[in-house]
Design a protein around this ligand. Structure first.
Ligand code: FAD
Length: 493
């Protein structure tokens, strides 16, 4: 076999899972090579918030993760996951990473777990966490091939063993021989519209925008499928907050992530194309399902009833500052910036919203009728919606959707504004099914020899997700995959 590189362990994708796999495989004596599709590594890991939320004890963890998984993983995996998550502080200490332990927080699903969860923060965000891991990789002199997209795995058709991969590097085809194994740590499929349509929301993908790295195009799903892997957890997606659809389309990534969250109280509401409200606007909107109301499908009329949708507001709300969080706000309030758009300085919302008005991303009208015209709603419907809303503000009771009365303020100061909503996607969970050693399994639960996967590509989470779990999962299971791949008997010459 022609080989441009000859190593023991090939790692596909350089995020937290890939870096941890590389460290563990190297430290177990393997010669390691990392292939990263983009010009820099990091993936979602380098733009994430860096929160790691873990249970205090193994017993509590097992019961909680078993309940969250709702039968989407077996008992052995539940136990392994619990042990890995509870072991996170030890792993970080072993790697020499200083972290802050935040105050304990309630679980995302309190009915499934009594007590609180430990919260560890990689300070201030995942950007620093990735810099730290990158330092470990450089100290070990592990080679990283950037601009290198793995296109297909090389598999022995008889034994089904994975022997390496074919990749494209700066337009050139190269072959990478991996004598012990290949580890897929190439993230999710948030940027793959065909996969989003097929696995999740057909017909609505033009309204969904990733908050994460554009490298995550589902390559690992194609690579593993070609090698005979079973897929799991494809229905599970972590949804984020609303973003602004027009600029998100232009830049291809979520812009204005967190619309309506810089000021949770005030004279704004979300309406659908008819000019009707469809949800409580003060809902948490992160890792929750309330925002999925925007994707409610009306089978009778064969349409997404709430698409397109808009955030509408008045001059009072606009005057209070940016309607979407800016990098400066995140730096001062949270200590660091999060999300691909802001970390990579792609677009920063203006402090007075004027740039977005000038671009036409924020529509403006002197009257409600004018605004209705701009969003394509009937004037009488939008007027009725606003009248009802303003009455709810006076009565301090949103009987329609239950928005907290403290956040209600009437929309009554012209001019009026509308910004079209997109739905932000934090990360996907689906990918190749794997066992506790991170070995990829086929449809009969047989191991595909020498093929491993870790991280958000085929994550543990197939149904309910505990906030702050994907990032530590990438660290912990990257380590397991690296260690296990390094123990394989090398292919002979
Ligand atoms: C904005 C944001 C905030 C988040 N905040 C948190 C948080 O606070 N806590 C938490 O637990 N989780 C959080 N998450 C989720 C978490 O960050 C990710 O699930 C986790 O970091 C994924 O790590 P990974 O190594 O599996 O994938 P990634 O870090 O995404 O790395 C995958 C890498 O593979 C590369 N790649 C893809 N295809 C190929 C190919 N064919 N060949 C070579 N390379 C390829 C990609 O370019 C990418 O660099 C957040 C996610 C986002 C987007």
């Amino acid at each position: 076999m022609k080989k441009d590189y000859d190593v023991d362990v090939l790692i596909v994708g350089y995020g937290a899972a890939g870096a941890n796999a590389a460290i563990a495989a190297h430290d177990a004596g393997a010669r390691v090579l990392i292939a990263e599709k983009l010009d820099v590594g990091g993936g979602n890991s380098a733009v994430c918030a860096g929160a790691m939320v873990i249970p205090e004890s193994i017993e509590a963890a097992i019961a909680y993760y078993r309940a969250l998984s709702s039968g989407t993983v077996g008992e052995e995996m539940v136990r392994a996951f619990a042990e890995a998550m509870v072991g996170i502080p030890d792993l970080l200490s072993r790697l020499g990473l200083e972290f802050t332990a935040g105050p304990p927080i309630p679980p995302s699903f309190p009915s499934m777990m009594s007590g609180r969860l430990k919260q560890i923060h990689i300070d201030p965000t995942g950007e620093n966490g990735f810099r730290f891991l990158d330092g470990h990789i450089k100290d070990r002199k592990i080679e990283i091939l950037t601009d290198t997209q793995v296109k297909t795995l090389i598999q022995n058709p008889e034994t089904r063993e994975i022997l390496g991969a074919k990749a494209q590097r700066n337009g050139q085809d190269i072959q990478l021989l991996a004598r012990k194994g290949v580890i897929l740590t190439c993230g999710g499929y948030a940027y793959n519209r065909a996969m989003l349509a097929n696995f999740n929301f057909p017909g609505a993908t033009d309204y969904i925008f990733s908050w994460g790295s554009p490298g995550n195009t589902g390559d690992g799903i194609s690579l593993a499928s070609e090698a005979g892997a079973a897929l799991w957890h494809m229905a599970a997606i972590e949804w984020g907050r609303f973003c602004a659809r027009e600029p998100s389309k232009k830049f291809g990534t979520a812009i204005g992530y967190g619309l309506g969250r810089t000021k949770r109280a005030g004279s704004y509401m979300f309406v659908n194309k008819f000019g009707e409200r469809f949800m409580a606007e003060d809902a948490l909107l992160s890792h929750c399902k309330e925002q999925l109301e925007i994707l409610r499908y009306d089978h009778g009329n064969a349409e997404y009833r709430n698409l397109p949708a808009y955030m509408i507001f008045d001059q009072t709300y606009l005057s209070r500052g940016p309607i979407a969080p800016t990098a400066q706000m995140l730096r001062t309030k949270r200590g660091g910036i999060v999300g691909y758009c802001l970390v990579n300085k792609i677009y920063d919302w203006s402090a007075d919203n004027q740039a977005e008005i000038d671009e036409g991303w924020v529509l403006q009208a002197k009257t409600i009728a004018g605004l209705a015209n701009k969003i394509g709603a009937k004037t009488d419907v939008l007027e009725k919606t606003i009248t009802q809303f303003n009455r709810a503000c006076i009565e301090q009771c949103d009987s329609l959707f239950g928005r907290n009365e403290k956040t209600l303020a009437p929309l009554d100061t012209p001019p009026y504004f509308a910004v079209e909503l997109g739905l932000s996607l934090v990360n996907t969970q689906g990918g190749p099914k794997r066992n506790v050693n991170c070995q990829v399994l086929d449809h009969n639960d047989r191991v595909i020899p020498r093929l491993y996967a870790a991280g958000e590509l085929g994550s543990f989470f197939g149904f309910l997700y505990q906030v702050g779990s994907n990032y530590p999962e990438a660290w912990a299971f990257g380590q397991i995959a690296g260690k296990m791949a390094a123990t394989e008997t090398p292919l002979s010459e």
